[in-house]
Design a protein around this ligand. Sequence first.
Ligand code: GLA
Length: 385
Amino acid sequence: MKKIVFYSALGMLIGGLAASCSNKLTTTTNTMTTGNVTGSAKGIEQADWGEADGKKVYLYTLTNANGVQVKISNYGGTITSWTTPDNKGNNSSIVLGFDQLQGYLDKPPYFGATIGRYGNRIANGKFSLEGNNYQLATNDGKNHLHGGSKGFDKVVWDANLLVKNYPSLTLNYLSKDGEEGYPGNLKVTVTFTLSDDNEVTIDYTAETDKATPVNLTNHSYFNLTGDISNTILNHSLMINASRYTPVDETLIPTGELKSVKGTPFDFTKATTVGARIDQVQGGYDHNWVLNRKGKSMDLVATLSDPMSGRTLQVYTAEPGLQFYSGNFLDGSITTGGKAINKHSAMCLETQHFPDSPNKTNFPTTTLRPGEKYGTTTKYKVMVNK
Ligand code: GLA
């Protein structure tokens, strides 16, 4: 017990030092290893990564005892890579990303980013709350998508590093009243933790001073083969959901919660992504109504790739999951010299349902002053050797 307390205190000290270093950093790289803090976590490394909006941008590398590494930037709260071994022991990243900040400043479609204030779409960018009508930025045709023209994916967050049991990075952002049309000053924190079980846990919290919709998620694009020359169509997917939310032609839910039974949306048993994708106009880009209740996390989806032997599990406390099969990727963006083509990667975005502010039968996304928004999602990678 004593040991744990001591380690935690030391961890906090290192965290505090790291936080103050991050404000004063002038050198290109500042490395902090936890060494004897826990004996298991190798630590966090911070590197200068450029500038945006006149603020310093950093790239953080979290490394666990198995040598698994996750890189995260305070630009957009973005996971830029997650390097894990495959069944032959070769390391490669299972998420889409760039190794330079410029790739993100060029506005890719949300690669690895933290999404807010509202993940996914709000019809016509309109909603009313407590008698007031609000008009949000419309950045997806006539609809509002992923927080607007400059959502949480395109802002510079403040960072705090902490090494407790595992390396962990906390990002803070104050989204001001009126930003992208949203009411209220919203204080947001997102904490990423990498465990020795190869899990990335993302904890979100938020508080507001006016009633506002909030729906935070992460937009990592996965390709478990570790090579985007392969599509994800051979990945096998299980989603623990008996229903999904059908959408109109602009991807706004109709409001119906429809059974997946006998449809290409039935992933209750593991099925390859490509098996029925041709029966879904445009490909998969839908919200599944998860078979879960309550505030604790449950296993909601499992994605496996036979080639690399990698399996990804998704745990969440959210009611929904957006499975997006990378339909809009069209080869126009490249990374590591390779084109990012249609179905090169896919997203499993944990969330409240799209357009909830306009759908009274969907779980509410309203956060009021005095309330605390808190939700957690965990991605875990395993390999079958
Ligand atoms: C989400 C949406 C998609 C698309 C991608 C980004 O997953 O549901 O329709 O906008 O983001 O391209």
